[in-house]
Each structure stands twice: as structure tokens, then as C-alpha cells.
Ligand binder design. Structure first.
Ligand code: EPU
Length: 356
């Protein structure tokens, strides 16, 4: 466990916001997280305990102030291994600090498909279950087996199975705070240290997403391999989403909102071109990128915060390293977009990244 004071965070969040942390603690093992829970840096669930910000790749984070007063717990737990096999699955385990994309690449190098649709998602393995990452028709929960975490209130390690994680669309038990004893909610309490995924031995391609279907048709391949799908997903993402190494951003800035069938009919009557997808539970998901685009925000700039030219759902840093966007500017732009979308469509967009 390495404790550092007054640390610049600009290189530790993909938006490139130049905030600082009062206290940053780097951990490289589950034992170090247990040690942290009982250390003077953190004093447990008491009133005087400082809040903790668990930081992975910082790719789903907006630092809204100049200083983060929470203790920043930087997850650097390494390691990837095959830990178990059943008749149907290979169980692969990775440390919370492993880059998600490195895990996708490593599994494909072993010849194990299953994660290819989620290629190039920024961030770490430990952050993946928190927001149930997903792309091109596959979500983490479709491949999830179990995870290990440490309870900061007790300093003890524990294991959760899929049905204990309350996975939903960009949602899980790790995103919610328990207000009362017995409430579902592990935010600010559980620190994920290891994640296990179940990769199917009888691999089947997942090609339901329209842009992947188009690629299949254009290629003429009857049965694309996992590697081929990986290459297509990388190409699609590179064309549409900004590379955080070049343009600061936190991926999709808003969740795609869901409405009832009746609300959707009403909107379609006014906006026939609205992009919408029926969900298995009967609700309708609307494309937030389309809503923002329709309000004329694509490519716009407010202060040093901007709306990406290729995908209106992504807000970007238009500042420079020395003169970076502030969290305040990002949130001002986000609120202006929310107001426009609400005034035109009557829909409230909810931010997708964690705002601290
Ligand atoms: N659209 C527009 N204008 C835009 C952007 C999108 O009209 O500026 C339309 C597109 O034409 C398309 C629809 O909106 O018909 C949906 O767009 P897209 O396929 O790009 O997907 P998305 O719904 O915007 C979601 C995820 C992404 C994920 C992609 C692919 C969320 C919040 N975002 O984006 O995840 O990569 O689907 O599965 O669910 C992330 O979470 O950070 C992320 C990038």
C-alpha cells in the first residue's frame, strides 16, 4: 500500500480534468485493500470516516471540483489466469487493476471467444461490474461468473455471485448506497479486487447489433470468428468514439432513457424519425445520442467542453493539457443539453459516468 499526498489526477481520468487528490492510496493486492480498511487513512464506517473514491482507469468519471477530498483508492491489482473449467465454460479470473481491453485480447490469444463484442471499452476489470459495461449486443452480466471484494466497513473479503450483483442496464449493486441496514447497495463500501468470467466452450457469434450485421453482409463470411468480430468492433468504435489518449472524454455521457410504449407513441407522433428499440420487458429504449443530435448539439462547444462531432452522446475536452476543461464546464454543458432535451421531448437524461 503506497500513500501519496496532494496528487495531480489529470493523467488518472480519461477526461483529462486537472483536479488534485488530497490523499491517494495505491493498492496491488486484496490484502492491501484489507490493510487500507483498518489503516489510519480510513477509519471505517464512523461519522468521521472520509469517503473513498475507488479509481480504476478513470474512464467513467467526471471530477466536478478542483480538489477531491475523498481518499482516492487507486486499484492496481494485476493478473489474468484460467482458474476453473466446467463442461460448458472456462472460468477466467482477472485482477481489478487489469485493463479491460487487455483481458479481451489475452482471452482471444488463448483461443477463447466471448468478450470480443466488448473490445476497446476503456477502463479496468474492477470497474466493469460496477456499471455492467456493455457494447454491440453483449453486457458484462452475460459473461459474469463471480467476484471477490473487500468490505471497507469490516476489512473482510467476500465473494458475490451474479444474482447478488443486481445487474441492470449500466447498473449494479455497486452503484447504490444503502440508506438503511439491510438495503441493497454497496457503493462506498465494497471494493472489487478480482473478477471471474465464464467463457462458453461452445462459442456462438453475437451479431444482433445492426452495424455488425452490416459488416457480416459486406464481408460475405458465413461464420465469422471471434477474432473477426473483435476486429470489426474495434473498427466501429474507432470510427465513432474518440480515443481518450487524443481527445479527453468519458464515453457515453448519458444513459439511453427508457419510456413506456404509450409515451413512445406520443413522441413518435411528433418526431417520426426518433431512434428507439423495444426492450424485453415491454418498455422502449430511446437513443440519447439521437435526442441530443436532434437538439442541434453535435459538434457544439461551451467553454472548453464540447459535444463530439461523430457521436453526440460523448462530451469531450476541447482544452489543452495546460489549459484543460474543468469539471464545472463539463457539468454546465451537460445541464444545458439536459434542458434542451427536456424542453423538446419531455425526457430527462441521466448522466452515465460517476460525477464526484
Ligand atoms: N445517433 C444519432 N446521432 C448521434 C449519435 C447516435 O442519430 O450523434 C443514433 C445512431 O444513428 C443510432 C443510435 O443513435 O441509430 C444509437 O447510437 P449508437 O449505435 O452509437 O449507440 P449508443 O446507444 O449511442 C450505446 C452505448 C455505448 C456502446 C454502443 C454500442 C450507452 C449509454 N451507450 O451507445 O457504450 O458502445 O451502444 O453498443 O448505452 C458507454 O457506455 O460509454 C458506451 C460508449
Amino acid at each position: 500500500m503506497l500513500v501519496e499526498k496532494n496528487i495531480p489526477l489529470q493523467d488518472l481520468n480519461t477526461f483529462g480534468i486537472a483536479a488534485r487528490a488530497d490523499l491517494l492510496v495505491r493498492v496491488r493486492s486484496a490484502q492491501q485493500v484489507c490493510d487500507f480498511a483498518t489503516s489510519p487513512c480510513y477509519s471505517g464506517p464512523h461519522a468521521q470516516a472520509r469517503p473513498v473514491l475507488v479509481l480504476g482507469g478513470g474512464s467513467n468519471l467526471v471530477l466536478s471540483g478542483d480538489v477531491v477530498h475523498a481518499v482516492v483508492l487507486k486499484m492496481e491489482i494485476p493478473g489474468m489466469a484460467l482458474v476453473h473449467e466446467t463442461a460448458q465454460h472456462r472460468i477466467v479470473q482477472a485482477g481489478a487493476g487489469v485493463r479491460w481491453h487487455d483481458l479481451v485480447v489475452w482471452t482471444l490469444q488463448q483461443g477463447w471467444g466471448g468478450l470480443e463484442n466488448m473490445a476497446l471499452i476503456p477502463g479496468t476489470v474492477g470497474a466493469a461490474p460496477v456499471q455492467n459495461i456493455g457494447a454491440y449486443g453483449v453486457e458484462l452480466q452475460d459473461r459474469f461468473h463471480s467476484l471477490d471484494a473487500v468490505d471497507l466497513h469490516t476489512g473482510r473479503a467476500f465473494t458475490l455471485q451474479a444474482d447478488q450483483c443486481a445487474f441492470g442496464y449500466r447498473d449494479s449493486v455497486f452503484k447504490h448506497r444503502a440508506a438503511h441496514a439491510g438495503d441493497l447497495g454497496l457503493a462506498g463500501r465494497a471494493v472489487i479486487t478480482q473478477v471471474r468470467l465464464a467463457l462458453p466452450k461452445q462459442w456462438q457469434p453475437e451479431l444482433g447489433y445492426l452495424e455488425l450485421q452490416r459488416r457480416v453482409e459486406a464481408s460475405g463470411l458465413a461464420a465469422p470468428s471471434a477474432q473477426q468480430i473483435f476486429d470489426w468492433v474495434c473498427a466501429i468504435r474507432r470510427a465513432k468514439l474518440p480515443d481518450p489518449a487524443l481527445v479527453g472524454n468519458a464515453g457515453s455521457f448519458f444513459k439511453n432513457p427508457t419510456v413506456t410504449e404509450e409515451q413512445c407513441r406520443d413522441i413518435i407522433a411528433r418526431e417520426p424519425k426518433i431512434v428507439h428499440y423495444p426492450m424485453p420487458d415491454g418498455s422502449i429504449k430511446l437513443a440519447a445520442g439521437w435526442l441530443i443530435d436532434a437538439c442541434g448539439w453535435k459538434g457544439k462547444t461551451l467553454g472548453r467542453a464540447g459535444v463530439y462531432e461523430q457521436q453526440a452522446l460523448v462530451l469531450v475536452n476541447r482544452g489543452t493539457r495546460a489549459n484543460s476543461v474543468t469539471g464545472g464546464e463539463v457539468m454546465t454543458l451537460a445541464r444545458a443539453i439536459q434542458t434542451s432535451v427536456y424542453e423538446r421531448f419531455g425526457i430527462r437524461l441521466e448522466p452515465e459516468p460517476v460525477v464526484v
